[in-house]
Design a protein around this ligand. Sequence first.
Ligand SMILES: Nc1ncnc2c1ncn2[C@@H]1O[C@H](COP(=O)(O)OP(=O)(O)OP(=O)(O)O)[C@@H](O)[C@H]1O
Length: 357
Amino acid sequence: MGIEVAVEGLTMSFGKQTIWQDVSLTLPAGEVSVMLGPSGTGKTVFLKSLIGLLKPQRGRVLINGVDMVNSPARDIYETRKVFGLMFQDGALFGSMSVFDNIAFPLREHTRKKESEIRRIVMERIEVVGLLGAEGKLPGEISGGMRKRAGLARALVLDPQIILCDEPDSGLDPVRTAYLSQLLIDLNARTDATMLIVTHNLDIAARVPDNIGMLFRRELVTFGPREVLLTSEEPAVAQFLDGRREGPIGMSEEKDAASLAAERVAPADAGPRPIVPQLEPSEGLPARRAVTRRRERVMGMIDTLPPSARRAVERTHATAPTLPLPSAGTGTLPSAGTGTLPSAGTGTLGRGTAGSGA
Ligand SMILES: Nc1ncnc2c1ncn2[C@@H]1O[C@H](COP(=O)(O)OP(=O)(O)OP(=O)(O)O)[C@@H](O)[C@H]1O
């Protein structure tokens, strides 16, 4: 099973520029979380801080009891092995085949035999739907395929925590829908803790169990998906509705004069519908996170805003009940068909059809 990531009072600055301050949140073990936020709010910096590649000035990031901010470099390096990282551009070596790119962490960090490496790499290639492309160079495949190769590479060491930095960047809506399904399927197969940084509202609506948003150097909110998706907090609502009116400006934040010049709050368009979360593809196991999350969220239901509470209750009224999970092996169950099933392309805007309206 995935590992919990506890972030406590994290503050990050470069010189005099504070990126964000006093960020506290917990990524629940085995659940999928998304971090939203306008460009430049420090989402990538946040990911890098979780794995100890950047060192915040204050706060702690606790993983298996190791503080990724303040522990000795050796402990941070060791703990980093529980992570799988998928970068925006796939970060592949251009002169190596897809196969060799994906095999790279195994050759670098393990003493496995080539036959074993081949078995693992081909299994991950099948999981991300790249069978047949293993001999190609990154320059010979599409951007979406490069991203999936990057994801396959992130998976070869059986990570218990998977971080994806804008996995959708540069993808068309159909490819993004396939990717969303792939991320949910991955969680069903591995039960890993996942954090996805994205601007994509479709991914935010359909994939995660939890959502947070960084804005104005702070974590505006982080919690069960229903909280952010029903939020009327001005910056959150503006982001979800994709409007120009609101506190978010072209260069992240509007000045007071521009804000005042805007028309008074737009007419209330009613509650924002919540589209259902994606289910794993047919033939895959149910996500073990679902039952754990249900217990967790029901335990905090009285603390949620009324609109989020109603949305949680609607979700649970329609969701199937699953038995409590036993501990997972941390390895990928045998891959399914290797093809990526189609996924819906719901949007978040008001008026979109959704079961939770
Ligand atoms: N190593 C660094 N040194 C100095 N400043 C940095 C460094 N890394 C990031 N920054 C600054 O931190 C801020 C946040 O950058 P970051 O890339 O994390 O934003 P982001 O939210 O991921 O943006 P986007 O959505 O556009 O990818 C930016 O102003 C960036 O210039």
